[in-house]
Design a protein around this ligand. Structure first.
Ligand code: MTE
Ligand code: HPA
Ligand code: MOS
Length: 755
C-alpha cells in the first residue's frame, strides 16, 4: 500500500499552528451581518407569565428580538422525540433555557441587551437530581430492562454477595471552539448556514422545519470544528436554528456565537449516573449473578438519551461475561439542561459500573483486582455471548492484557508500591490495570450509512467530499489516504473539501467513532467507480487486457506502456469518460431489535487496556499520575500518528472526567461550574510524567473494514478508568465516588468505608 498506514500529519496541522485554519467565526463577515445573543431562563422550573423585551429593544444597536410565538414552523429541534423547544414558550424547564434571541450590530450590544429582559415567572417545584426523579417516576423515556439467565437464583446461591451504591459525574465537552452558526439568506428563499456541527444533515432538516422550508432550500457547510466530543451531535442545531430564524425575520445574515459561560449553561453534557448493584460471586471472584440499576440524569428532554442509555446498558459487561444478569435503566427527567452525546455515549458510565464491581469483589476477597478481572473475561469460544445476544467473534482482550502486564512490569511494580506504602504515612501510591471493549456502530441501525463524492479533474488532481465532519480527530486525512491509495497517487494530489449538504445528502452524524469506517468505505467505492472506468478506457486505448492495468506511485502501467496518472486522465477525458462518482456504504451484518434490546448492534469491538500508577497526598487529597502504559487496538491503523493522538487525547479526557472535572448545581438548579475558573479540565501539567502509548501490532480487524483498520475516536476515553482505580488502590478501597476530586478523596478517607 502507498500512503495508508503511514503516520502522516493532520491535513490541517500547518494551518492549526499558524492560525490559518478557518473556523466558522473566522469566515469573512458579510456586509450587513447582525450578531445574536440569547436570553435565558434564570429559573429551573417556572411558568412564564410574561416576557417584557422593551428594554432589550431600546438598547443601542439592537435591531430585532425573536420569541417562540414568531416561529413559522414547529418550535422544536429535538432529533428523535419532539420535546426540545427552540425557545421556551409558557414553561421554563431549566436554568439556562433559551427564552428569546436578540440581534444587534455588535456582539457586545447583543449580549448586553439580552440581559435586560424582564421576565415574570411563576416558580414551580423543580426536580434537580436523578434520585428524586426515580422516586417521583419522572422520566423522559420509559425505563428499560435487559435480562439474561436467572439473576435472583444465582445471587441467592452465591458464596459471596455484595450490595453497593456508587455514582459517577457528568462532564462538559469543553471543545475549544464554542457553539456557533452563521445563517445567510440566499436568493429566492434559499438559506446558507455555516454551522459548527457534527451533523450538517440534521441542521439542514431542522433549520428547514423551523423556518417553514424544505430541505432543498437549505445548505449547511462545516469545514471543521474546534472540537465537538459529542456536544455538537444534536445541540448544534439549536444554535443554527436560532440564526436561521433571525436571518429570515431580518432578511440579513446573522451569526450566533455563544459566550463560554452561556455555552456551558445552555447546552448539554455527559449524563451523570447513580448506580446500584447486587452481585454474587465465587471464591475466585467470578461473578455468578448480578443485578444493576442505573439512573441517568437526562435533563429536561429526551435528546439522545435513549441511545445513550441503551449503550450504557450494552457496556455494563465491558470485557466480562455476565451469565445471570439484570440491568434496569432509568432515563430521569430533571429540571437541568438536557444531557447529550459525549465521547463514549453512555459506554463509559456502563463500564464505570462493572469496573467498580470488579474492584469491590477484589477488595472483599483480598485479591489483586487484575486477577478478578481476568477470571471474569469473556472466553473466545465459550462464555462469549453478550447479555444482548451478540456473539463476540473477535475477542483479543487476553492477548492485550498479557502483553501489557509484561511490558508495564505490572507485578513487580505492584509489589514495590505495597512496600512504598508500608513506609509512607502521608503519600500513598496506587496502581490499576483496566481493560476496554467498545462496540463499534450506531446502535440505531439505520444511521450506519455514508456517502461520498469524488471528482477527478482533467489535470489529474482530485477533490474529495464525504458526509463526515472534521472535529480535529483526523477523519479527513485518513479518508484522503484511502482515496490516494485507490488511485495510486500522492496525498498532495487530493484536495479535501468541507462537509456540505449539497454535495452529499442525508449523511449521519459523525459520531459513534464510525467516521473513518463508513466514509472511508464510501470514498473508496466512489474512487473505485472512477478507477474502473479508467481501467476500461486504458484497456481499450492500448489494446490490452483490463488485468494489465495497474495504478501506483502516480503512474499507470498499461501493458508495456507506463503513463502518468495525469496523462491517462486527460486521455480518458478526451474520450468522454466520466471522471466524477458518488460512493455509498452501509455497514453489513448488523441487526438489532430495539423492542427486545437484542441482536447484533455492533459490527465489531475495539479493545485496549491501560495501567496507571498514581500518588495521592492523603492530607490534601490531591494526586499525580506517575506513569501510564497503554496498549490499544486500532486494527491495522490507517494512520498511527493520528491514532496515537486519539488514544492519548481520549485517555486524558477520560481521566479528567473521573478526577478533576466536576459539575455543580446550586439549590436553585443553576450550574455553578460554568467557566474554566471553576470547571477544571486536565492541562498539560496533569499528564503522566511517564506516558507510554502503543498501538497493538499485527492486529488486522477480523471484520472487513476499510483496510482492516478499527475505529478509535471513543474507545480510549475509557482507558481513563485505570486512573480512578489506581486512586482507589492508593486509598485501599475507601468508598470513593467519581470524580475523585481532592474533596472526594478526603471525604472517602474521613470515614464512610464499607464493612
Ligand atoms: N477528537 C478530537 N480531536 N476532537 C473531537 O471533538 N470527538 C470524539 C472523537 N475524537 C473528537 C475527537 C468523538 S465523541 C467521536 S464520536 C469521534 O471522534 C468522531 O470521529 P470519528 O468517527 O471520525 O472517529
Ligand atoms: N453513538 C453516537 N451517537 C449516536 C448513537 C451512538 O450509538 N446512536 C445515535 N446517535
Ligand atoms: Mo461521539 S459521543 O459519538 O459524538
Amino acid at each position: 500500500m502507498g500512503v495508508s498506514g503511514k503516520a502522516l500529519a493532520h491535513d490541517s496541522a500547518h494551518l492549526h499552528v499558524t492560525g490559518q485554519a478557518a473556523y466558522t467565526d473566522d469566515l469573512p463577515e458579510p456586509r450587513d451581518l447582525l450578531h445574536l445573543a440569547v436570553g435565558m431562563s434564570s429559573k429551573a422550573h417556572a411558568r412564564i407569565r410574561n416576557i417584557d423585551l422593551s428594554r432589550v429593544q431600546d438598547f443601542a444597536g439592537v435591531h430585532a428580538c425573536f420569541v417562540a410565538a414568531e416561529i413559522p414552523g414547529e418550535n422544536n429541534y429535538g432529533p428523535i422525540v419532539h420535546d426540545d423547544p427552540i425557545f421556551a414558550d409558557e414553561l421554563a424547564q431549566y436554568a439556562g433555557q433559551p427564552l428569546f434571541a436578540v440581534a444587534a450590530t455588535s456582539v457586545d450590544a447583543a449580549r448586553k441587551a439580552a440581559r435586560l429582559a424582564e421576565v415574570d415567572y411563576e416558580e414551580l417545584e423543580a426536580i434537580l437530581d436523578p434520585a428524586t426523579a426515580v422516586a417521583r417516576e419522572s422520566f423522559v423515556l420509559p425505563s428499560q430492562e435487559i435480562h439474561r439467565g436467572e439473576p435472583e437464583q444465582a445471587l441467592a446461591a452465591a458464596p459471596h454477595r455484595l450490595q453497593r451504591h456508587t455514582s459517577v459525574g457528568g462532564q462538559d465537552q469543553f471543545y475549544l471552539e464554542g457553539h456557533i452558526a452563521m445563517a445567510l439568506p440566499q436568493e429566492d428563499g434559499g438559506l446558507l448556514i455555516y454551522s459548527s456541527t457534527q451533523h450538517p444533515d440534521e441542521v439542514q432538516q431542522l433549520a428547514a422545519d423551523v423556518t417553514g422550508r424544505s430541505a432543498k432550500d437549505v445548505v449547511v457547510i462545516c469545514r471543521r470544528m474546534g472540537g465537538a466530543f459529542g456536544g455538537k451531535e444534536s445541540q448544534a442545531a439549536l444554535i443554527a436554528c436560532i440564526a436561521a430564524l433571525m436571518s429570515d425575520k431580518t432578511g440579513r445574515p446573522c451569526k450566533l456565537r455563544l459566550d463560554r459561560d452561556d455555552d456551558m449553561v445552555m447546552t448539554g453534557k455527559r449524563h451523570d449516573f447513580e448506580i446500584d448493584y447486587d452481585v454474587g460471586f465465587d471464591d475466585e471472584g467470578r461473578i455468578l449473578g448480578i443485578d444493576f440499576a442505573l439512573a441517568a440524569r437526562c435533563g429536561m428532554s429526551a435528546d439522545l438519551s435513549g441511545p445513550v442509555n441503551d449503550r450504557a446498558m450494552f457496556h455494563c459487561d465491558n470485557t466480562y461475561y455476565l451469565e445471570n444478569v439484570r440491568i434496569t435503566s432509568h432515563r430521569c427527567k430533571t429540571n437541568t439542561v438536557s444531557n447529550t452525546a459525549f465521547r463514549g455515549f453512555g459506554g463509559p458510565q456502563g463500564m464505570f459500573a462493572i469496573e467498580h464491581v470488579m474492584d469491590e469483589i477484589a477488595r472483599h476477597l483480598g485479591k489483586d483486582p487484575l486477577a478478578v478481572r481476568r477470571s471474569n473475561f469473556y472466553g473466545t469460544d465459550e462464555r462469549n455471548v453478550t447479555h444482548y445476544q451478540q456473539t463476540i467473534e473477535d475477542n483479543i482482550i487476553h492477548d492485550i492484557v498479557d502483553e501489557l502486564v509484561l511490558s508495564s512490569d505490572y507485578a513487580a511494580r505492584r509489589d514495590d508500591i505495597r512496600a512504598f506504602n508500608a513506609n509512607s504515612k502521608v503519600l500513598k501510591k496506587g496502581i490499576a490495570l483496566t481493560p476496554v471493549k467498545f462496540g463499534i456502530s450506531f446502535t440505531s441501525t439505520h444511521l450506519n450509512q455514508a456517502g461520498a463524492l469524488v471528482h477527478v479533474y482533467k489535470d489529474g488532481s482530485v477533490q474529495l467530499n464525504h458526509g463526515g465532519t472534521e472535529m480535529g480527530q483526523g477523519l479527513y486525512i485518513k479518508v484522503a489516504q484511502v482515496v490516494a491509495d485507490e488511485f495510486g497517487i500522492d496525498i498532495d494530489a487530493i484536495r479535501i473539501t468541507a462537509a456540505d449538504t449539497s454535495k452529499v445528502p442525508n449523511a449521519s452524524a459523525t459520531a459513534a467513532s464510525s467516521g473513518t469506517d463508513m466514509n472511508g468505505m464510501a470514498a473508496r467505492a466512489a474512487a473505485r467507480k472512477i478507477k474502473a472506468r479508467l481501467i476500461e478506457f486504458a484497456a481499450r486505448h492500448y489494446g490490452i487486457n483490463e488485468s494489465a492495468v495497474e495504478f501506483s506511485s502516480g503512474e499507470v502501467v498499461a501493458g508495456k506502456q507506463t503513463v502518468s496518472f495525469e496523462k491517462l486522465v486527460r486521455l480518458a477525458w478526451l474520450d468522454r469518460v466520466s471522471l466524477s462518482a458518488t460512493g455509498y456504504y452501509k455497514t453489513p451484518k448488523i441487526n438489532y431489535d430495539h423492542d427486545t434490546l437484542s441482536g447484533r448492534p455492533f459490527f465489531y469491538y475495539a479493545y485496549g487496556a491501560a495501567v496507571s500508577e498514581v500518588i495521592v497526598d492523603t492530607l490534601s487529597g490531591e494526586h499525580r499520575i506517575l506513569r501510564v502504559d497503554i496498549l490499544h487496538d486500532c486494527g491495522d491503523s490507517l494512520n498511527p500518528a493520528i491514532d496515537i493522538g486519539q488514544v492519548e487525547g481520549g485517555f486524558v479526557q477520560g481521566a479528567g472526567w473521573l478526577t478533576t472535572e466536576e459539575l455543580c448545581w446550586n439549590e436553585a438548579g443553576q450550574l455553578t461550574t460554568h467557566a474554566p475558573s471553576t470547571y477544571k479540565i486536565p492541562v498539560s501539567s496533569d499528564l503522566a510524567i511517564d506516558f507510554r502509548v502503543k498501538l497493538l501490532q499485527n492486529a488486522n480487524n477480523a471484520e472487513d473494514t476499510i483496510y482492516r483498520s478499527k475505529a478509535v475516536g471513543e474507545p480510549p476515553l475509557m482507558l481513563g478508568l485505570s486512573v480512578y482505580h489506581a486512586i482507589r488502590d492508593a486509598l485501599s478501597g475507601a468508598n470513593l465516588n467519581a470524580p475523585a476530586t481532592p474533596e472526594a478523596v478526603l471525604g472517602a478517607l474521613a470515614g464512610d468505608r464499607h464493612e
